[in-house]
Ligand binder design. Structure first.
Ligand code: MV4
Length: 449
């Protein structure tokens, strides 16, 4: 096992990794920008190294600075958290070339899944059900139109390197294909330096269901059920729950086994998420994320596992501490993402926290790097905390979330907390009847001005 690991991240996820390391008797090294000298992750780690000025590109994304910080402190492995360098295959290669261990999958796994056409083809060949569409890339408009007729409109044109909703255009009919094709291509080129696109049948009212998988890198893998992450605004998740309110035990067992088998066969290492659209009782693969995700705590809650501990174990060459037949769901969990943003526009609100009080009690987890007097810098994303509740069933989890939100105090900056109080009054949220468009529609009709 490692003696010391470096966390190439900040905020709540850096704390999350430091906590797992400490419980395992592993020393932690925080890295930070000059904007984060007083950040909680720096205080909580055993050691810290300043790696550059505030912009992420000059600090948390600076590969030379992070490698140098490992060399200076003697850290043997790097946990990337999420975002920043977590899905950067070139970084993983450099880490390994320096005799260090990346706590996560191989550079090759990241590369394969980072290209969506390759990811889809790989998963299709491994038996994972996919959205009908083009076989691979679509080279020109004539071919795009032929595929449109073949799969039937509406279709969606997607950039193979796309993400965050960029490089994705719907064509409702043949007349809209030219514009959708050219726009997706242009956005792929300008945002990701890659104009390759593919086409899928456009599913009109799906849920976003993602399966948590975990591999040991030696051909063994398990699944830890699904999360329903349909409640999103502009491709930012807002509210997530596990298990999914629409998924039966039989469906979970079936799609979970398909995903676990697929990642086992590619010798996948560590935590991964297989993303699906779910409509009319069918799962359609769209993408795979090769990192620990923001919403991993809801899976931890219902399965009673520490995913970061397991990531560190398999990275060190140890066995996973669980097998599929030991993984049983206990109750229901919900996470809400608390952002320093002013409603209704969700405008970022950096600034000084004058008072912070985290809720507590049975089944309440608050993952946050906030403290009284902390100043949220303007340079990073606006996530300042995640409130996670766990209860015996969904109604009890909703009641617990309402109770915990009532205890939470964050003064000094505006946050997304009022949104959650409002959502908990909604019939569709109480019954679990929502899809990927529900929140945008609700915001449009309820939160304007
Ligand atoms: C889709 C889709 C409908 N049909 N693909 C959005 C981001 C990217 N990860 C995939 N996305 C979508 N792909 C087909 N074939 C609808 C979306 C989509 C979406 C997906 C998940 C959660 C929220 C969403 C909001 C708008 C569109």
């Amino acid at each position: 096992m490692f003696d010391k690991i470096l966390i190439a991240n900040r905020g709540e996820i850096a704390l999350r990794v430091i906590r797992a390391a400490r419980e395992m008797g592993i020393h932690s090294v925080a890295v930070h920008s000059t904007a984060d000298t007083d950040a909680m992750h720096v205080r909580m780690a055993d050691e810290s190294v300043c790696i550059g000025p505030p912009p992420g590109i000059d600090s948390y994304l600076s590969i030379p600075a992070i490698i140098a910080a490992c060399e200076v402190t003697g850290a043997q492995a790097i946990h990337p958290g999420y975002g920043f360098l977590s899905e950067n295959a070139a970084f993983v290669q450099i880490v390994e070339d320096h005799g260090l261990t990346f706590i996560g999958p191989t550079a090759e796994h990241i590369r394969v899944m980072g290209d969506k056409i390759t990811a889809k083809e790989t998963m299709r060949l491994l038996g994972v059900p996919c959205v009908p569409g083009s076989e691979g890339g679509v080279p020109n408009l004539a071919e795009a139109k032929r595929i449109g007729e073949e799969v039937g409109y509406p279709v969606i044109v997607k950039a193979t390197s796309g993400g965050g909703g960029k490089g994705m255009k719907v064509a409702q009919n043949a007349g809209e294909m030219e514009r959708a094709f050219q726009t997706a291509r242009a956005e792929g080129k300008s945002n990701f330096g890659n104009d390759e696109v593919y086409i899928e049948k456009y599913l009109t009212t799906p849920r976003h269901i993602e399966i948590q998988v975990f591999g040991d890198g030696k051909g063994r893998a398990v699944h830890l059920g699904e999360r329903d992450c349909s409640l999103q605004r502009r491709h930012q998740k807002v509210f997530e729950e596990a298990p999914g309110p629409s998924i039966t035990e039989a469906e979970r067992a079936r799609i979970g086994a398909v995903c676990a088998d697929a990642v086992a066969r590619i010798n996948y290492t560590g935590a991964g998420t297989v993303e699906f659209l779910y409509e009319n009782g069918e799962f359609y693969f769209i993408e795979m994320n090769t990192r620990l995700q923001v919403e991993h705590p809801i899976t931890e809650a219902i399965y009673g596992v520490d995913l970061v501990r397991e990531q560190i174990r398999v990275a060190a060459g140890l066995e996973m501490d669980f097998q599929q037949d030991e993984l049983k769901i206990n109750g229901h969990s919900i996470e809400v993402r608390i952002n320093a943003e002013k409603l209704p526009e969700f405008a970022p609100r950096p600034g000084k926290i004058t008072q912070f009080h985290a809720p507590g009690g049975l089944g309440v987890r608050m993952d946050s790097a906030l403290y009284d007097g902390y100043t949220i810098p303007q340079y990073y994303d606006s996530l300042i905390g995640k409130l996670i509740v766990h209860a015996p069933d969904r109604p009890a989890a909703l009641a617990r979330l309402k109770r915990a939100l009532g205890e939470l105090i964050i003064d000094g900056v505006e946050t997304t907390v009022p949104l959650f109080h409002a959502l908990l009054q909604e019939e569709d949220i109480v019954t679990g009847e929502y899809n990927i468009h529900w929140l945008e529609h609700w915001l449009e009709t309820n939160l304007r001005g």
